[in-house]
Design a protein around this ligand. Sequence first.
Ligand code: CP3
Length: 355
Amino acid sequence: MTELKNDRFLRALLKQPVDVTPVWMMRQAGRYLPEYRATRAKAGDFMSLCKNPELACEVTIQPLDRYPQLDAAILFSDILTIPDAMGQGLYFESGEGPRFRKVVNTLADIEALPVPDADKELGYVMEAVRTIRRELNGRVPLIGFSGSPWTLATYMVEGGSSRDFRKSKAMLYDNPQAMHALLDKLARAVTAYLNGQIRAGAQAVQIFDSWGGALSAAAFQEFSLRYMRQIVDGLIREHEGRRVPVILFTKGGGLWLEAMAESGAEALGLDWTCDIGSARARVGAKVALQGNMDPSVLYAKPAAIRAEVARILAAYGEGSGHVFNLGHGITPEVDPVHAGAFFEAVHELSAAYHR
Ligand code: CP3
């Protein structure tokens, strides 16, 4: 395997010294980039792009070619590949977000769901990971990812995106046994999927618990965190002679960082509602922190972006253990020049915190 030329992202996750704070951005390959839109048009639609390893590799590398400051690549794919591989029939209606042809309603539906084989039904993802690693040639580490069981379950039970999680929360309270059966099956599927990505070459993995924050404190512990812990326990933690760090990102999870820091993950992702300095005081001895600029700051001009980067760096303070990121994904309307100003500011302004 090729030597990593830039490992500051992996070093920061393990709280080892770095020269500057590493930076990457959730949804860094996406619709705000004209080159992404061109490749997606070539593929036909979003899922065809995900299922074509050469094109998935092309869009994964596009932001790295445009922004030399990026310290990590993230696999181009989607969290909904797992329910798709379970036979739910994923499709995207233009401008409408994801939809499923088959919806999970009953315990019988759940019992009938297969746990997909990472190398068969999801083999196209593993092939994308291998292709990207080859193409990166040690430039930066590659991040693999999955949705959390709870987040995937909401899409499978609702049949798509939801504002209020009406069906999934009704199932959680009416029929907790069915919800647990679904979450356990998903945790096994996610573990196999992430281990497949690690074997194929992913050098860190992130679990996107996008809707964990919609739960009550008690339900978060029982229906989301518990299954993320089960996954972390089952992951390959050393590969190619290096630690494979795990990042847990619960959007809206700021109140529960202490419990999340006990999960066995190396790092926690923070959305923009928490102060990263207070988060460090609470859990910084246990885990590294990733985040947490409000993605909407990128609508403002470069001077304002720079000021916000400076504020977050100062809030975190001196030393390693911080990976700079947004608090959620970049939105399609952002000017790509503003994303560049964000990455530049992180490297320029953070050197002072690593002397
Ligand atoms: O971060 C990256 O660059 C890696 C790629 C990535 C995508 N989706 C590409 C994508 C990742 C990590 C995801 C994760 C994902 N997908 C999540 C969790 C992260 C989060 O945002 O909380 C969720 C909830 C999904 C499900 C999903 N996929 C939705 C709700 C949508 C529609 C979003 C929208 O704005 O229309 C998608 C589609 C999707 N996934 C796009 C991209 C680039 C846009 C598709 C397009 O090109 O039209």
